[in-house]
Design a binder for this molecule. Sequence first.
Ligand SMILES: Cc1cc2nc3c(=O)[nH]c(=O)nc-3n(C[C@H](O)[C@H](O)[C@H](O)COP(=O)(O)O)c2cc1C
Length: 134
Amino acid sequence: MAKTIILYFSKTGTTEKVAEVIASKLGADVYQIVEAVPYTNADLNWNNPTSRANIEQGDESARPTYKGELPDLTSYDQVIIGHPIWWGRPPRIIQTVMENLNLAGKRVATFATSGGSTYSEAQAVIDQMVKNSA
Ligand SMILES: Cc1cc2nc3c(=O)[nH]c(=O)nc-3n(C[C@H](O)[C@H](O)[C@H](O)COP(=O)(O)O)c2cc1C
């Protein structure tokens, strides 16, 4: 059976719950992506145009760093990446992570949770990231 790892980023626990359900169904390993500089509640306030998250999402070059080391993917066949939708797209830290993973030869899937936005804009970002890392 294919060996799978789920990497997820979650600030309020919703994506984390979904990651756990998928992991238990697939018998997958799980890795939580954690930002190096923690987001405060104020940082996550989408009603404030100058909140940290809003500024990052609006900045194509923003690449918030992650804490610790990313997992070694050598032994995995499938990599699943889960994240919330922030302003229609993945949090920029997902781009940081994908730029630092070697996804060549891996089967990659993603999922997200949101307040209602669909995945179409996020999919375009992910497709580009996968293309760049393969
Ligand atoms: C900065 C920020 C921006 C968000 N932007 C969107 C959005 O564009 N569309 C949407 O449906 N939900 C948006 N949300 C809501 C989250 O996607 C939703 O609450 C998600 O399930 C949170 O996942 P988590 O608990 O794993 O962090 C946003 C949340 C934050 C903090």
